[in-house]
Design a protein around this ligand. Structure first.
Ligand SMILES: [Zn+2]
Length: 139
């Protein structure tokens, strides 16, 4: 039996957004998103938790190359979102920038690029009280 383990790294970026859906009326947007629908937007200091699952490599004793993972997350996620308006990111055209959708996008951007092991889970802290997770069950 192969021993597997999960490594989780934490990353940070700061970004602004406005929760607003073009599919909803102004009244519905206000009702659903409340103050987060404010036209001027607002910012968050996001924390991203990237979990990689895989066999423990016998020599290094690790599941992935952490240095390579850090570079990939920096290039793919942090440089893309840090100090940006998420609503202007092309991936959010026609999609609201909720924590659920941001977490899902981070998964989609990273899943194929993990340097060893497999992406297991993406966690996103948006505020003190809001935490989101996304993962896909492996067949
Ligand atoms: Zn917000």
């Amino acid at each position: 039996m192969t021993e597997t383990a999960i490594l989780t790294r934490r990353y940070k970026f700061a970004a602004s957004h406005r929760l607003h859906s073009e599919c909803l009326s102004g009244e519905e947007n206000t009702k659903i998103f409340g103050k987060c629908n404010n036209p001027n937007g607002h910012g968050h200091n996001y924390q991203v938790y990237v979990s990689v699952r895989g066999p423990i490599e016998p020599h290094a004793g690790r599941v992935t190359d952490v240095g390579a993972l850090d570079r990939i997350v920096a290039d793919t996620i942090i440089h893309r979102f840090d100090h940006r308006d998420l609503n202007l990111d092309p991936a959010f055209a026609g999609r609201t920038t909720t924590g659920e959708n941001v977490t899902r996008l981070i998964w989609d951007l990273l899943a194929a690029k993990i340097p060893g092991g497999d992406l297991h889970k993406v966690g996103l802290v948006e505020t003190r009280d809001n935490y989101f997770e996304y993962s896909e069950r492996q067949g």
